[in-house]
Write a protein that binds this ligand. Sequence first.
Ligand code: BES
Ligand code: MN
Ligand code: ZN
Length: 503
Amino acid sequence: MAKLNLSLQLAKKAQKKSAKNSCSVYLIHDNKQLLQNHDNKNTLTAPLQNLIKASNFGGKICETAISFGTDESPSLLIVGVGKADKLNGTALQKIAKTIYTTLSKNHKSATIYLDNSLDSVQFGQLALALLNASYTFDKYKSKKDDKILLNQITLQVLTDEKTGSLEAFEQSLALQNAIFIGQSLTKDVANEPPNVCFPAYMAKQAKDLAKQYPDLLTVKVLGEKDMEKLGMNCFLAVSRGSAKEGQLVLLEYNGLTKGKNKAKKLENPIVFVGKGVTFDTGGISLKPGEGMGEMKFDMGGAAATLGAMKALCEARLPLQVVGALACAENMPSGDATRPGDIVTAMNGTTVEILNTDAEGRLVLCDTLTYVQQYKPKVIIDMATLTGACIIALGHVRTGLYSNDEDVIFDLEQASEDAHDRVWHMPLDEDYQEQLNSHFADVQNIGGRPAGSVTASCFLSRFVKDVPWAHLDIAGTAWISGSKAEATGRPVPLLLNYLNRQVW
Ligand code: BES
Ligand code: MN
Ligand code: ZN
């Protein structure tokens, strides 16, 4: 058995000078033992036993008891984890949140002692959840919450043949730290208000990112003039009503060349495409006012693409990956696209736009056509595409649509490992007829039945002979309500997917 200290770099916070003590954290099972230990050497030290007795601790999930230490001796925190066999990703996320909120305002550092019942996958889920617990977006608050002290968490793990090798834990930690950095960027840009975050702002973020990783990333931005030349009239139809110029942003990552030599052209890269509607009013098919403010998150797919590219740079995976951000603002105006307008897509398909609120598929279809120039190995697009997907899957699982069994398998596996879950949805030909137009090749809406499926069917018409998957993240890209906030999903899924492609 090997012991290993793994440290997490939490989100940077303003530090108070006063040196507060550290805390030792133990996870306790509801039989009042340490998290189930397969060789039964789960002896509790006297201080732990005393704390359990004194606090009448039962070990229920997220139950806590703490005994405060001094500057010299660390505090002791015990956290219930319930039944060990129920310790799934959701439970680990709750446990992480409990640990973080219990300690963040009164301890500078913490060491969590894990026993050998968590394997390297569960360990990764816990580590990422601890990191994400430290994320805040208080840029626009005059009074910042400066009471956060906790800036360092060490995870001490025991590794053996059951839990995984030392390398597996180390690699998982490196991946989680990279994911957290990318996911935080995704959240940061998605949380920005729509008067700040419009298409050119997204392009600027991509350019800044490319400057940060000059040996890995290059960026190209297409404006509306460029798109006109290419015949991207579906994309332009969305942007038309807005005073803000639409932008198609291309980030090219080459992790296969060493040092400064990145001239090598990408060969069959993996391509990510993100819907970047920086605000979706619905256009002339105007949305109702209630909750419309949340439509600032309609660029969540592009934000996730940007964040995934950053995480990829941090992880330096030996792959070639393109991230395409399809950025436009959907506004009504005297010159906006009308319901009934017919436009010709970049691939020659004529599209009858019967509802200007079904705009995501319009920016995506031309972007999908465009990225096929890269001769991709696989295209994965992500989009806050349909309210119907929320009706089908709620806010737990992302809708997964694909034309390729292997891609489905890989994404499903990656999603379980990342605990960033998807559900495979159908794409039968039969649904396509709902998109038949009386006047054009296709119409952009398919009626109420299976609204998330027909949106995907629309996209599928623009992908020819390439393995492709579409992720409908309408229910998972942000938490809705009075505390609406971006989740940074599906960055963990995408990075776990990419990581699988390396090994
Ligand atoms: N961005 C929305 C989808 C959406 C709605 C995401 C609510 C998250 C929460 C998308 O552009 C849209 O408006 N879709 C329409 C499609 C319909 C007009 C066919 C929808 O879902 O109502
Ligand atoms: Mn819309
Ligand atoms: Zn939209």
